[in-house]
Design a protein around this ligand. Structure first.
Ligand SMILES: Nc1ncnc2c1ncn2[C@@H]1O[C@H](COP(=O)(O)OP(=O)(O)OP(=O)(O)O)[C@@H](O)[C@H]1O
Length: 345
């Protein structure tokens, strides 16, 4: 099923939570809504689910108006961060619940329900937990059961709101991979909300980056990481160095000094130079176009992260390979390998 949002606006009192959102989700796609807290992700998800109504705009499922249908009629499956399973029911009954409360005319027989629950528990690879109660499960297992429960009614759309938000980093990582594989096998159009960029970039086919109730960019993980469309996206995704620059007379200036880099992106006047930490190349003091001294170094894994006080005034952090160990006090020259310049300070 395809999903389309057209000009969706939603205010809570004087506060605009969604400020004209247009979005198309393809059939079978796995889409991430990514953005800082309060950017409107959950509100958009709840409007698609039928738990909230917009002040203006349309929501279309397969090209048909969905707003005149309530949550139940939209055949949507949900998983929330704290989607409490029924504590007094075992895993099997939790998953069976949605099937048992279906209207009589479409309700399955007991044998069909049992077969379906077994199939779902197999799908989430937890069939061996069928007799346990929620309190006897780990957080990750609970979320997988919550997903099995959401899938029981064969939803046409799956909506996940920070499904792994409450879990520790290691379990989150495992579940990311698991969700991707699971989605591949069920192929239901799915949207998940996250504020964790790694989660969005690793799991989703496309990422929607939101800020202040607006969509800043929609694209593949490599689009939003390698070609951020706005200063916000560059600053939010990946780790970036941001330097306040002035673009005048066809040159980029930092604190009044021209830099040996080309003007990019049509910026003029007060602008910001964005460079990924690993794209700032480091060399001897007489090389490069920015200069400074190392003030702090931390080494881990394949990189060393160095803090450098620039003679041009700012302090930046860069990630350098460990082939040449940096030491506090080293004087260095720097040059960005890739960079973007966006208008505005
Ligand atoms: N029922 C409500 N009444 C008043 N304000 C609300 C309501 N629901 C959401 N908001 C406000 O709308 C804004 C967007 O909220 P939303 O939950 O959509 O953001 P979010 O991007 O999902 O954030 P988070 O990552 O923190 O969940 C927030 O500032 C929030 O306080």
């Amino acid at each position: 099923m395809t999903i389309e949002a057209r000009g969706v606006v939603k205010s809570f009192g004087a506060f605009k939570a969604l400020d004209g959102v247009d979005l198309k989700v393809a059939n079978g796609e796995l889409l991430a809504l990514l953005g800082p807290s309060g950017s409107g992700k959950t509100t958009l998800l709840r409007i698609i689910a039928g738990l909230e109504w917009p002040d203006a705009g349309e929501i279309l499922f397969d090209g048909e108006n969905a707003l005149d249908r309530g949550a139940r009629e939209r055949h949507v499956g949900f998983v929330f961060q704290h989607y409490a399973l029924f504590r007094h029911m075992n895993v099997f009954e939790n998953v069976a619940f949605g099937l048992r409360v279906q209207p009589r005319r479409i309700r399955k027989t007991e044998a069909q329900i049992r077969a379906r629950v077994k199939e779902l528990l197999d799908l989430v690879q937890l069939d061996w937990l069928a007799d346990r109660y929620p309190s006897q499960l780990s957080g990750g297992q609970r979320q997988r059961i919550a997903l099995a429960r959401a899938l029981a009614i064969e939803p046409r759309i799956l909506l996940l709101d920070e499904p792994f938000g409450a879990l520790d980093a290691k379990v989150r990582k495992e579940l990311r991979q698991w969700l991707r594989t699971l989605h591949h096998s069920i192929n239901v159009t799915s949207i998940f909300v996250t504020h964790d960029q790694e989660e969005a970039l690793e799991v989703a086919h496309r990422v929607v980056v939101m800020d202040k109730g607006r969509i800043e960019q929609v694209g593949s993980p490599s689009d939003v990481y390698d070609s951020p469309a706005t200063a916000f996206v560059h600053g939010f995704i990946g780790e970036s160095i941001m330097l306040p620059v002035e673009v005048t007379g066809g040159a980029v200036h930092l604190n009044g000094r021209p830099l040996d880099i080309a003007v990019e992106g049509g910026a003029a006047g007060a602008s910001t130079l964005f460079v990924r930490r690993h794209d700032m190349l480091i060399g001897p003091a007489d090389s490069g176009t920015l200069h400074g001294a190392v003030t702090h170094v931390r080494s881990f894994g394949p990189v060393q992260r160095a803090e450098i006080a620039l003679t041009e005034g700012s302090t930046i952090e860069i990630d350098a390979p460990r082939d040449r160990e940096l030491r506090i006090g080293d004087r260095v020259g720097l040059k960005p390998r890739h960079y973007r310049i966006f208008a505005g300070g």
